[in-house]
Design a protein around this ligand. Structure first.
Ligand SMILES: Cc1cc2nc3c(=O)[nH]c(=O)nc-3n(C[C@H](O)[C@H](O)[C@H](O)COP(=O)(O)OP(=O)(O)OC[C@H]3O[C@@H](n4cnc5c(N)ncnc54)[C@H](O)[C@@H]3O)c2cc1C
Length: 432
């Protein structure tokens, strides 16, 4: 930028928000009344509601129920401008951000909300053959793969014995459990009806977890309930084993067992966006950016990091907050409020997280919730609690109304309207 002010830039301070996930949106919303130009940039022109990605991958919801146009979200907020762009570097000393596909942008205040990405932990073949579940594109790709394999088996049933219908899901945390649970609903209800001539008992769903238990963050009663709920849905649960390598049509476990499977879903690990490495701080586990109690980055009171990219310590419990939508949204709103305070010459406030419980859905009417003080809830009541908490995360009232209708309809009818395959040029990922 060579010390020259960026061309076309207004006179008001600029707040640059990188990432239009829960964190970025929360921050932008809280700056509605601020005397500043707010610029939000995301590599996509839409916000992704990640908690419902499984429902897209298993055809229960369509993509527009989970992706919402970012520009549309800020029509009523005249001080916000949305751009599509992929961040390639963040320079907090020079206060400028560079992109692969647009001119650099300067900032007075920065909110880093670029989220996280999948971590294959160097597992041989995973990068090439596994299906991660982190973006809307991932969900659409997995949906196409699963449908394609069932159609392939319908054309030539001999591929069933080669593992065409088998899916191995890696990871006994929420992403792995929720993915395999959603696949089980699709397999055992819909595909059983769609493909009556195929041997359903040979369509295996296998969940592999390296640790000794699924859901290590939950109490014993929830862990036991989860295994039972999955097994009732025909999922084989393997704990204490992990994936050593992935090759086309084969998944080899550390124990030496070779599972014939054309599809491997990776729900095992996350790492923060690589842009975390641009900041002048020592990163924490998972490549996450440690933040001060007010969510700013040490030595840079004008730079805030929030959501999955940040390592946020709860001021009450002193524990590191998990990478969850509610943490990202609340931290985003808090960072937005703190920037508004700085703009008014006031001091920032330390972040206080309101914990509504840790929760996960396993299948229809089967969810689990653990509240902060240890009380647990399982089954239908937990599904309702999950719905209530996640409805609050949806971006607009219209989204909420649509989600209620879609979920209720799907819950009553078990119908999946979107079960057709549309080929696109970039469906390049081959079978495992
Ligand atoms: C499958 C799945 C299910 C989940 N289920 C739940 C759940 O049930 N409940 C819950 O609370 N949480 C859930 N989570 C976690 C929750 O979705 C995340 O914690 C939350 O989305 C984090 O918000 P964020 O704003 O930090 O990041 P994100 O929501 O990931 O947003 C980051 C944004 O940055 C953009 N971006 C990334 N890199 C770049 C770049 N280089 N340039 C420009 N833009 C970029 C991305 O496009 C994205 O829009 C789930 C996550 C996944 C993957």
């Amino acid at each position: 930028m060579s010390g020259r002010r960026e061309e076309g830039r207004g006179q008001r301070p600029r707040v640059l928000i990188l990432g239009g996930g829960f964190g970025g949106i929360g921050a932008a919303r809280k700056l509605a009344a601020a005397d500043a130009d707010v610029v939000l940039v995301d590599r996509n022109d839409y916000h992704t509601f990640q908690p419902l990605l499984y429902q897209v991958a298993t055809d229960l919801l369509e993509t527009d129920a989970v992706g919402h146009a970012l520009r549309d979200l800020f029509h009523d907020q005249p001080n916000v401008t949305v751009h599509q762009g992929t961040v390639t570097s963040v320079d907090v000393e020079k206060k400028v951000v560079e992109f692969s596909d647009r001119a650099p942008l300067e900032f007075d205040y920065l909110v880093l909300a670029l989220g996280a990405t999948v971590n294959f932990f160097g597992t041989e073949g995973a990068e090439e053959h596994a299906f991660p579940m982190y973006t809307l594109a991932d969900a659409v790709r997995l949906r196409a793969q699963v449908l394609e394999r069932w159609e392939a088996a319908d054309r030539d049933p001999s591929v069933v014995d080669d593992g065409a219908l088998n899916v191995v899901v890696v990871g006994g945390g929420p992403t792995g459990v929720e993915s395999v649970g959603a696949l089980a609903e699709l397999y055992r209800s819909n595909f059983a009806e769609d493909y009556p001539d195929l041997p359903q008992e040979k369509a295996r769903l296998i969940l592999v977890e390296a640790g000794p238990t699924l859901f290590p963050m939950f109490k014993k009663d929830i862990r036991e309930y989860t295994v039972k709920a999955l097994e009732q849905r025909g999922v084989e649960v393997r704990v204490g084993d992990s994936v050593a390598s992935v090759a086309p049509g084969r998944v080899t476990l550390k124990s030496g067992e070779v599972l014939p499977a054309h599809t491997l879903v990776w729900g095992a690990g996350l790492q923060a966006s690589e842009r975390a490495g641009d900041l002048p701080v020592e990163l924490q586990r998972g490549h996450r950016v440690p933040v001060e109690p007010d969510l700013s980055v040490a030595g840079h009171p004008e730079v805030f990091a929030i959501g999955d990219i940040a390592w946020i310590t709860d001021s009450k419990t002193k524990e590191v907050l998990p990478q969850l939508g509610s943490v990202a949204l609340q931290a985003g709103e808090w960072a937005g409020d703190n920037i508004a305070r700085l703009l008014e010459g006031k001091e920032t406030k330390p972040f206080e997280y309101e914990d509504k419980g840790t929760m996960a859905t396993i299948g229809r009417g089967a969810a689990v919730v653990q509240f902060r003080r240890g009380r647990t809830m399982k089954g239908k009541a937990a599904s309702l609690a999950w719905g209530a908490v996640h409805l609050a995360l949806l971006s607009t009232g219209e989204d909420r109304a649509k989600a209620v209708i879609d979920w209720t309809w799907a819950g009553f009818t078990h119908e999946r309207s979107n079960r057709i395959s549309v080929q696109t040029d970039d469906d390049k990922r081959s079978d495992t």
